[in-house]
Design a protein around this ligand. Structure first.
Ligand code: UDX
Length: 435
């Protein structure tokens, strides 16, 4: 099949590369000529494990190409995916659909033969229908259908999630379009991936409701963690005990400094705005968002308390800047709240992250960035772990203690146990670890 993907951001590039790996002929389009040139030479603009090899392999096989010419790329395509960004609109939190509509209009103008136009970008309920209305109005004689096909890719595990998804959701009830989509995803049928054919509005909501539900699990366990701390319970054991109930499930019950990233913060806000628009207050989602917002700020208080009530004049080592491990993505990372607040409270921060420092430097230019974790810890009055990169999980705490001025460990991801840290002579503060 011939597939065109408009937008070579995270979702577009991963989806395009994975469709080509299935054996389809894929053309990825982007307006950014520099990015396209880089991609043609095998340069990957994001850090995603396995993506570079996947792209190289399929480019070499001639199944994956890159271009800036949308009109050419759309010609002869069976499916055209819209995978451009839908950032939060500044000021009101609505999803900004200007890139989506601009891409859709250009696709409509360029279409010659029948194709399915697919919204892969996360778009508020009603957008897929609105795109269809706009293109039909302008080109009443053209043959095409619209489908919504949300992605459920986790950064750092995106290829695995694409190749072995829990489900594929396709929002179109038109048979001709369903046939195209079924053929596109046929390679997944071997491992019996469930494919849900639903209305576009249902498909759009499945995406938002899934992300909001996962965010709810996180905010929920984070509040339970706070309670654990004062009543002397252990949140990891509470989560384990809850998760063994199959109706609850153990995933997304890791207490931490609050969720970040490109999806949960933006999608929960956009869902709230949709609720308001239709006069259906989504009170649970509202609480989830506010719990998460206040949480990041409270993490700073935790560090200050661990340092005896003040960080003025102290050196704080911070390990992990990205919103989660195995990505270089800093979007809405807790570190962007915690570090500036520590600095405002008079601390000097020396930080290290395996992939996020380039971006972090642009966002927090006043912070000192170190070449490795041990340089960051050198002479520090506290060590704060914000992101659980694997390389931070097995430090020789004796060595860490000998480097630091004061052995205080604030472990916002619970990767070290209290007993282990205290044995090594540390004052230990975890998340949801009651005394
Ligand atoms: C998420 C969804 O998982 C994915 O399906 C969707 O398509 C895009 O958004 P992603 O943002 O890449 O993926 O990361 P994810 O692994 O879901 O983590 C999101 C945030 O929640 C991170 O900040 C992470 O640290 C936090 N988190 C996750 C927790 O604090 N506790 C958990 O138990 C799980």
């Amino acid at each position: 099949m011939r597939v065109t993907v408009v937008g070579t951001g995270y979702v577009g590039l991963v989806s395009g590369a994975c469709f080509s790996e299935f054996g389809h002929d894929v053309i990825c389009v982007d307006k950014d000529a520099g990015k396209i040139e880089r991609l043609k030479k095998g340069g990957i603009p994001i850090y995603e494990p396995g993506l570079e090899d996947l792209v190289a392999r399929n480019v070499d096989a001639g199944r994956l190409t890159f271009t800036t010419h949308l009109a050419d790329a759309v010609k002869g395509a069976d499916a055209v995916f819209i995978a451009v960004g839908t950032p939060s609109r500044r000021g009101d939190g609505h999803a900004d659909l200007s890139y989506v509509y601009a891409a859709a209009e250009e696709i409509g103008d360029s279409l010659q033969d029948y194709a399915v136009i697919v919204t892969k970008s996360t778009v508020p309920v009603g957008t897929t229908a609105e795109i269809e209305r706009r293109i039909r109005e302008k080109h009443p004689a053209k043959e095409f259908d619209l489908a919504s096909n949300p992605e459920f890719l986790r950064e750092g595990a995106a290829i695995e999630d694409f190749m072995r998804p829990n489900r594929v959701v396709v929002g179109t009830l038109v048979e001709r379009a369903q046939t195209v989509m079924r053929r596109l995803y046929r390679p997944l049928f071997l491992n019996e991936t469930p494919v849900l054919f639903v209305k576009p509005e249902t498909s759009e909501l499945i995406k938002y409701a899934s992300n909001a539900f996962l965010a709810t699990k996180i905010s929920f366990i984070n509040e339970i963690a706070d309670l654990c701390e004062v009543v002397g319970a252990d949140v990891q054991d509470v989560a384990k005990g809850m998760g063994l109930d199959k109706r609850i499930g153990g995933k997304f019950l890791h207490a931490g400094p609050g969720y970040g990233g490109s999806c949960f913060p933006k999608d929960t806000l956009a869902l709230l705005r949709t609720g308001e628009q239709y006069d259906i207050p989504l009170r649970i989602v509202d609480a989830v968002v506010s719990v998460n917002d206040t949480r990041k700020a409270r993490m700073t208080d935790k560090v200050i308390a661990a340092c005896g009530g003040s960080v003025a004049g102290k050196k704080i080592a911070v390990l992990g800047l990205t919103f989660k491990p195995n990505t270089d993505d800093m979007r809405d990372s807790p570190s962007l709240v915690i570090i500036p607040a520590l600095e405002a409270a008079g601390a000097t921060v020396s930080a290290f992250d395996p992939e996020g420092m380039h971006e972090a430097h642009k966002l927090m230019p006043g912070t000192t960035y170190c070449d490795d974790a041990f340089t960051a810890m050198d002479g520090a009055d506290a060590l704060v772990i914000i992101t659980e990169w694997n390389q931070f999980r097995a430090f020789d705490l004796g060595r860490v203690k000998s480097l630091m001025r004061t052995p205080v460990l604030v472990d916002l991801r619970n990767i070290y146990g209290r007993a282990h840290a205290e044995e090594a002579g540390f004052t230990y503060v975890g998340i949801g670890k009651g005394a």
